[in-house]
Design a binder for this molecule. Structure first.
Ligand SMILES: [Zn+2]
Length: 432
């Protein structure tokens, strides 16, 4: 048996070596390359690709190997395919005047919502986001698992998807709400009470295809009489621990929506792997995140979108959120908290530029190179896929984009993505 294993491992190694020695089938050439690792930009580069993987990087214009196809992107800058670690393809930036969130669950057939989710997935890819972590379907059940499958099988274009399915909150912890108590309305998340129900919900979601578990650790938020932002905590530490323990047993991770206060504290004490939004994080909580290695996915730009009128309670809340958020981001960055790019797109319309988040990251202290890393190597690390995603290096998936302009001088250049390749397949090309 041992001899057979040795022989087999020799064959596997030999096959891998033979594969590495095979010539590339595709060469992508451009004036500059930012590889995602944080090293300085390289000039005059060629990326060698075979099938769905990168097999090499060369500098200086060399003739492509015989038989290889050349794609010359001229003066453009190449980057790894971008990663948005907080999206909602099943949301469309619901306009309150058009029925808001509630009509999604009450009036729209699931097929309608799935059709729009297909368009949203395509929008992400068009903008150079070749991977997304989609953080719950908002009442559309396991729809994300189906969209993920359709993309993987090549039926529709879209990014590589990490999905969470239904998400988890508590009674009183998620819409729909505000209806007569006698009427049973659908809820946008799976509601649990107690550690037994919490673990059962996690098991169900993992069983049906969740790559991650999403938990809402805070729900309503408002400004109190003293002018402080307050958010209502939802799950107890005990309930969250049951979910985290179950997910970790499956080698999956838990993303926690948490604004501030006791809900955020419970998220940290219960062992969340990523804090989503984190509007107001105390110094002690920042220290705890560093100690525990907790990720921070701030989704800054979303809170600037369409605030309620200033003279209303909702408007005051919206302004307070923005006022505290940038401060938390700057402190977390300075303290060395691990930060990954996430936008909450879907919470605002998919017609908006996803890349607007880069400018907010820079506004609150990141360098352009750090901002790019947050959506490439750092995001890949959050997803547990370092070396395969978010990087231009041999062995990584051939997920490449090219932009006009110089993103290291102005991150707004990341809004003008003119070339997108995923898995070695060109999805978008600049006009000839
Ligand atoms: Zn979200």
């Amino acid at each position: 048996m041992r001899r057979l294993l040795l022989a087999l491992s020799f064959l596997v190694t030999a096959a891998a070596q033979a594969a590495a020695a095979e010539p590339p089938t595709l060469v992508v050439r451009a004036a500059a390359l930012i590889d995602g690792t944080g090293v300085p930009e390289r000039r005059d580069v060629q990326v060698l690709i075979r099938a769905d993987r990168i097999v090499g990087i060369e500098t200086g214009s060399k003739a492509p190997p015989a038989g290889a196809q050349l794609i010359d992107l001229g003066t453009r800058t190449l980057l790894p395919g971008l990663i948005d670690t907080h999206t909602h393809i099943f949301l469309q930036g619901e306009d309150p005047a058009a029925g808001g969130y509630d009509v999604q669950l009450l009036k729209y057939p699931l097929a309608y919502r799935a059709a729009r989710a297909v368009v949203a997935a395509r929008r992400a890819l068009e903008q150079g986001f070749t991977t997304i972590r989609d953080l719950e379907t908002e009442g559309a059940g396991y729809g994300d698992v189906g969209i993920r499958q359709a993309i993987e099988e090549g039926h529709i274009p879209g990014p590589r998807m990490f999905v969470v399915t239904r998400a988890i909150s508590t009674t009183g912890g998620y819409p729909l709400e505000g209806y007569a108590p006698e009427i049973e309305v659908p809820k946008g998340a799976q509601l649990i009470d107690g550690p037994v129900e919490a673990r059962k919900a996690a098991r169900e979601q993992l069983d049906h295809g969740a790559d991650w578990i999403k938990v809402y650790m805070t729900h309503r938020s408002w400004v109190d009489r003293a002018g402080n932002l307050v958010s209502q905590p939802t799950l107890t530490v005990e309930e969250l621990r049951a979910i985290v323990d179950e997910a970790h047993g499956w080698q999956r991770k838990v993303a926690c929506h948490a604004y501030n206060g006791p809900g955020l504290q419970r998220a940290l004490d219960g062992g969340c792997d990523s804090i989503e939004h984190g509007l107001e994080i105390t110094d002690a909580q920042i220290a705890q995140m560093v100690r525990q290695g907790t990720w921070y996915v701030p989704t800054l730009a979303a809170y600037y979108y369409d605030p309620a009128p200033a003279d209303t309670p909702a408007g005051q809340r919206d302004r307070k959120r923005v006022a505290v958020h940038g401060v938390s981001f700057a402190k977390a960055l300075h303290a060395g908290v691990k930060i990954a790019f996430g936008t909450d797109v879907g919470g605002f319309p998919w017609s908006e530029a996803i890349a607007q988040e880069f400018a907010r990251e820079v506004e609150f202290g990141m360098t352009p190179l750090q901002a790019i890393q947050s959506a490439t190597t750092r995001a890949a690390e959050l997803l547990g896929r370092s070396g395969e995603l978010g990087v231009i290096a041999p062995g990584a998936y051939a997920d490449l984009i090219a932009v006009e302009g110089e993103p290291l001088k102005d991150v707004a250049a990341l809004k003008s993505v003119s070339f997108v390749m995923k898995d070695g397949q060109v999805f978008k090309s600049p006009p000839p």
